[in-house]
Design a protein around this ligand. Structure first.
Ligand code: GLC
Length: 440
């Protein structure tokens, strides 16, 4: 890539972050997602730090203003109650059925990947001696631990060190085929489903979004969560969807480790974190590794079995230092093969599966923030060449197809396109690109 092209990517990222900044938070993209999203905010705060460190801190601070008393950090914060272009909006979630949910900001009733621990460590690596950042880190550290404690307390009924999700949106990989079998288990009685109108398909191409049938099931699970005040014991007992997600748990382990690494410097207690961490890493390798797949798998607690698909979450533990060298080699080989076969890294789902759909959201496309995590993990394990490919693939996709939400993985097809998929001017696309440019 030429210097001019790189400069254009840097300028483009900057412009998007300015454009998507509202007072105190950044929207993922203006029309499609007009509120504050949880894990998006983590990635985006990294990059705000290049311009204004205080904005990076403010963004995380605003996110944790939405933390519930039980520790959960919700997946969406609805800072504005007048915005009507999004479904399901705050009134549909009605999160105040849970006594510990703040009255303001209103929020959704589910969570998203706990990225904040590793984001904090990353910020402190970038600005090692910054006094304001250190003070901020001391303030937010216990709140992040409280979030992790929520996951270990409310979402780990068998005390295995692996927490469950009960709504696909919690995973951040909303419509991945991973969840299909569990969703199909739901007996939908449409007469009992509240009437609702999707807004996403009028803002983005419906062939790039989840189907209506999937949406009914998402809405059913919101109703189910609401009836159980979003943290009731019945969720673990009765939810038709109950999954230990490979990516969510890898991210938790990564963030645990970051907090452990920071604890002494911030004069914080780390005993509880170390206990969680030891158990989680062991259970992760014991329960989620699949010899058949040659990668990690999610575990369907309702069905009592692993979910046998190759997908991006099964590779993500490379970012958390979970696999030993032998397992890591298999993950690297999977990526190398895809590259050799003419795919941009990293497709979100198995390109050889009949369920693969290169356009539809999490059923195939390349997602920028996943490339960021996988790149960092590959580097950590010493797969330098592959890490470079993961980085340059994303930069090339964004340079040629724009700052979109997700991208066509098949190179021969992508060459014929003039844009990426989903929303445009996307914040975490900008943040992943910019941070990867700085990663050598
Ligand atoms: C979609 C993605 C999710 C993301 C959100 C906002 O729902 O699946 O991971 O957080 O959009 O960008």
């Amino acid at each position: 890539m030429t210097d001019t092209q790189l400069r254009q990517l840097i300028e483009g990222s900057k412009a998007i972050l300015l454009e998507n900044w509202k007072e105190g938070f950044t929207v993922p993209t203006k029309n499609l997602y007009p509120f504050q999203w949880n894990w998006d905010s983590g990635f985006v705060s990294l990059v705000h730090s290049y311009f204004f460190l205080f904005i990076a801190m403010l963004l995380l601070d605003t996110l944790f203003k939405g933390q519930w008393e039980n520790g959960m950090v919700p997946h969406i914060l609805f800072h504005s109650e007048n915005e009507t272009t999004y479904f399901p909006n705050y009134d549909f979630w009605n999160s105040n059925v849970n006594q510990g949910a703040p009255q303001k900001p209103k929020s959704s009733g589910i969570t998203q990947p706990p990225v904040h621990g590793f984001i904090l460590e990353n910020l402190l690596e970038k600005f090692h001696d910054n006094e304001e950042l250190l003070a901020f880190a001391k303030d937010i550290f216990p709140k992040i631990v409280h979030f992790h404690r929520f996951l270990y307390t409310y979402r780990d009924p068998n005390q295995e060190g692996l927490f469950f999700i009960y709504h696909p949106w919690e995973s951040g990989r909303d419509n991945s085929p991973l969840w299909d079998e569990s969703l199909d288990r739901i007996q939908i009685d449409r007469s009992k489903l509240p009437t609702y109108k999707r807004k996403d398909t009028s803002l983005a191409d419906s062939s790039e979004r989840p189907t209506d049938d999937q949406y009914d099931r998402y809405v059913y699970l919101i109703q189910f969560g609401k009836e159980n005040q979003y943290d009731g014991k019945a969720i673990a007992k009765e939810s038709p969807v109950l999954i230990q997600d490979s990516m969510m748990n890898a991210i938790l382990i990564k963030s645990n480790q970051s907090l452990i690494n920071l604890a002494d410097r911030l004069v914080m207690d780390k005993a509880e974190l170390e206990e969680w961490q030891q158990q989680s890493i062991k259970s992760y390798n014991d329960k989620l590794w699949s010899d058949e797949l040659g990668m990690y798998a999610c575990y369907d607690m309702r069905g009592g079995k692993q979910i046998p698909f190759k997908e991006i979450g099964g590779i993500s533990p490379i970012y958390a230092g979970i696999p030993d060298k032998q397992k890591a080699d298999l993950l690297a080989k999977y990526l190398q093969d895809l590259h050799d076969r003419g795919y941009y890294l990293c497709p979100s789902f198995d390109v050889d599966s009949p369920l693969f759909d290169s356009k539809r959201y999490w059923r195939g496309p390349v997602w920028p923030q996943m490339n960021w995590m996988i790149h960092m993990g590959l580097k950590e394990y010493g797969y330098e060449g592959l890490a470079k490919i993961v980085k340059s693939d994303l930069l090339e996709l964004v340079r040629t197809l724009g700052f979109h939400e997700y991208f066509e993985p098949e190179k021969s097809l992508a060459k014929k396109l003039s844009r990426g998929y989903g929303g445009d001017s996307f914040s975490w696309t900008a943040s992943s690109v910019l941070d990867l440019i700085h990663s050598t």
